[in-house]
Design a protein around this ligand. Structure first.
Ligand SMILES: NC(=O)c1ccc[n+]([C@@H]2O[C@H](COP(=O)([O-])OP(=O)(O)OC[C@H]3O[C@@H](n4cnc5c(N)ncnc54)[C@H](O)[C@@H]3O)[C@@H](O)[C@H]2O)c1
Length: 332
C-alpha cells in the first residue's frame, strides 16, 4: 500500500510530530482537526445538494476495455450492449458458451465494437486466473471490471445442499476477489479504472429464504466497499467504484417471486435497471440502490426499534418474497 493521501492533521502537516508535541499541541490539533471536519462536512453536503440539481457529466468510454462476467444473459448481456453502443472494447465471460455467443452476436448486429468472448467458471479461482491471463495476452489490460455473474439457490437455509451454498458464495463473492487480484494491479499502476459490483438489495438487508444468497451479497458489498477505501487511502483516486444493489429484476433469475405492494416495491424491468447502472458508471456514482425507496428502507432499518423493523418487513411482504420461487429452468 502506498502513502495515504488523506488530509493529515494540521500539526503533522506543519512538520510537528506527535512525540515533539506536548498536551497543548494535542488539544490544538484536536480543535483544528474538528474545525476542518466541520467545514468540510458543510462543504460536502452543499456540493451534493448543488449536484442534485445539475445535469451530471458522463464520462467517455471509447477506448476502455470492459470485462463483464455473467454476460451470457440478463443484466450482463444488456450492459454489454450498452458499452458496445459507446464503442468500448468488450471482454465477455460466462460459464454458458451459448449465452456469450448469443450476446456477442447481438453486439455485432448492433455495433462494430470489438468483442472477445471467454468461457469461464467464475466459481473456480484457477479458471478465473487462467482466463484472466489469456485475456491479458490476447486483449490487454481491463479498465472497467464488472462483477455481475450470480446464482441463487432459492431454498430455505436448512434445505439448501452444502455444495450449492458453497457455489453461491464462490460465484457471488469470492469470484470478485480473484478478478480484482487479476485485473486491479494494472489499474493501480495506471491510476485509472472502474470497479463495478453488481450486488443486490439482499446485500443490505436479510431476506427469508435467501440466507446463503444474502451472505454472498453482503460479502460482495463489504468487499467492494473496503477495497474502494483502500484505493482512496493509497491515493488512487483515478480508480472509481460503483456498488449496485437492486431489488428483484425481471430477468428470470428470481422467476416466481412476488412483491406484496408492487407500487411501493416493484419488480424491476431489466432495461430500466441497466439504464440506471450505466448512468451510475458513467457519472462515477459510488452507490446505486434500486428502487429509490431502498435508500429510505436502509435508513429505517438502522434507526427503528427492531420489532418495528420486523413489523414493517412483514408489511412489505419480506417474509414471503421467496414462497413461490421458481428461478431459471423451473418455469411452468
Ligand atoms: N434478477 C434479479 O432479481 C437480481 C436482483 C438483484 C441482483 N441481481 C444480481 O444481478 C446479477 C445478474 O443477474 P441476472 O438477473 O442478469 O441473472 P441471470 O441468471 O440472467 O445472469 C447471470 C449470469 O451469470 C452466469 N453465471 C452463473 N454462474 C456462473 C459462473 N460460475 N461463472 C460464470 N458465469 C456464471 C449465468 O450463466 C448467467 O449468464 C447477479 O449477480 C444477480 O445476483 C439480480
Amino acid at each position: 500500500m502506498g502513502r495515504s493521501h488523506h488530509t493529515s492533521s494540521p500539526l503533522s502537516a506543519a512538520g510537528i510530530s506527535s512525540i515533539q508535541a506536548g498536551p497543548l499541541f494535542h488539544t490544538m490539533n484536536f480543535l483544528l482537526e474538528t474545525l476542518q471536519v466541520f467545514f468540510l462536512s458543510f462543504y460536502y453536503i452543499l456540493e451534493a445538494f448543488v449536484k442534485w440539481f445539475l445535469p451530471s457529466k458522463k464520462k467517455n468510454v471509447v477506448g476502455e476495455t470492459v470485462l463483464v462476467t455473467g454476460a451470457g444473459s440478463g443484466i450482463g448481456r444488456l450492459m454489454a450492449l450498452e458499452f458496445a453502443a459507446r464503442w468500448a472494447t468488450l471482454v465477455l465471460w460466462d460459464i454458458s458458451k451459448e449465452g456469450i455467443r448469443e450476446t456477442a452476436k447481438l453486439v455485432k448486429e448492433r455495433s462494430s465494437a470489438r468483442v472477445h468472448t471467454y468461457v469461464c467458471d467464475c466459481s473456480d479461482k484457477d479458471d478465473v486466473y487462467r482466463v484472466a491471463d489469456q485475456v491479458k495476452r490476447e486483449v490487454g489490460d481491463i479498465s472497467i471490471l464488472i462483477n455481475n455473474a450470480g446464482i441463487v439457490t432459492g431454498k430455505k437455509f436448512m434445505d439448501a445442499p452444502d455444495n450449492l451454498i458453497v457455489k453461491t458464495v464462490e460465484v457471488n463473492a469470492m469470484a470478485h476477489f480473484w478478478t480484482y487480484k487479476a485485473f486491479l494491479p494494472a489499474m493501480v499502476a495506471n491510476n485509472h479504472g472502474h470497479l463495478v459490483s453488481i450486488a443486490s438489495s439482499a446485500g443490505l438487508i436479510g431476506v427469508t429464504g435467501l440466507a446463503d444468497y444474502c451472505a454472498s451479497k453482503f460479502a460482495a458489498v463489504g468487499f467492494a466497499e473496503s477495497v474502494a477505501l483502500e484505493l482512496q487511502a493509497m491515493g488512487k483516486v483515478g480508480i472509481k467504484t460503483t456498488i449496485v444493489c437492486p431489488f428483484f429484476i425481471n430477468t428470470g433469475m428470481f422467476d416466481g417471486c412476488s412483491t406484496k405492494w408492487p407500487r411501493l416495491l416493484p419488480i424491476l424491468d431489466p432495461n430500466y435497471v441497466v439504464k440506471k447502472i450505466m448512468h451510475a458508471i458513467l457519472t462515477d456514482q459510488v452507490y446505486l440502490f434500486l428502487p429509490r425507496s431502498l435508500y429510505v428502507t436502509m435508513v429505517l432499518k438502522n434507526i427503528l426499534p427492531t420489532k418495528l423493523g420486523v413489523l414493517l418487513g412483514q408489511y412489505l411482504g419480506a417474509f414471503n418474497f421467496m414462497d413461490s420461487f421458481k428461478g431459471h429452468g423451473k418455469k411452468d
